[in-house]
Design a protein around this ligand. Sequence first.
Ligand code: GTP
Ligand code: MG
Length: 250
Amino acid sequence: RKQVGKVTTSCKSFDELLGGGMETQAIVELYGEFGCGKTQVAHQLAVNIQLPVEMGGLNGSVIIIDTENTFRPERIDQMVKGLPPAPDGRIWETEDFLKNINVARAFNSNHQILLAESAMDLAEKVKDSERPVRLLIVDSVTAHFRAEYVGRGTLADRQQKLNKHLHDLMRFGDLNNALILVTNQVMSKPDTFFGDPTKPVGGHVLGHTSTFRLYLRKSKGEKRIARLVDSPNLPDGEAVFSVTTDGLKD
Ligand code: GTP
Ligand code: MG
């Protein structure tokens, strides 16, 4: 087992909540209502993973499986411009960041599963390069499954497929010493399957596979609250951070 790496969220309290940042060889699940900031956190991590270690990065590259077409290069540009200065005085160039972000659009759940498999091949190719893949984002991991499997009779089928997919992701994280960051919406109205509107989609399968589960919610203005839920080795707790034009900030 390789040594676990940690990536900064750009926010002190958020990093502290996570015991120093988001870990590699782990699945981090961000869940919460629409607009709570899941995709924003994912964009920030796609930038931060590329930073040098002394700035909280892992000199890595990124694969994004984008199921909702919400990846925005312009947002990466804003976040790069919002980065603290480099220790060696060099100027951050957005192009240098964008070229290390491989975005694949997933059209349905089967396609999403296939993309996770081909991510493995891509990562294998750059494994011994200067920029190994240290982050795999699936935003959203559950949306297609939720849309496609409707009705009680299909629940077991959905959970089985989702379960296999999550195990593929976990394997990716282990083999590549990568962080797996997935997003998941909470149900805005009671779900026929699980009933409880505060519970994330995917139920217990996702719950048991994720290493860290973070419940995000809106607070005043730019402020967001992240709550760490059911972590195996960290105390439950909350952190407040802001989503600003420059990206995530304290
Ligand atoms: P769903 O995918 O719909 O479930 O939502 P989400 O949790 O992914 O929300 P997302 O991360 O897209 O957050 C949207 C919110 O982030 C907006 O309401 C804004 O508050 C903030 N945001 C998004 N883009 C920008 C931006 O360019 N500048 C600033 N300052 N804030 C932004
Ligand atoms: Mg989103």
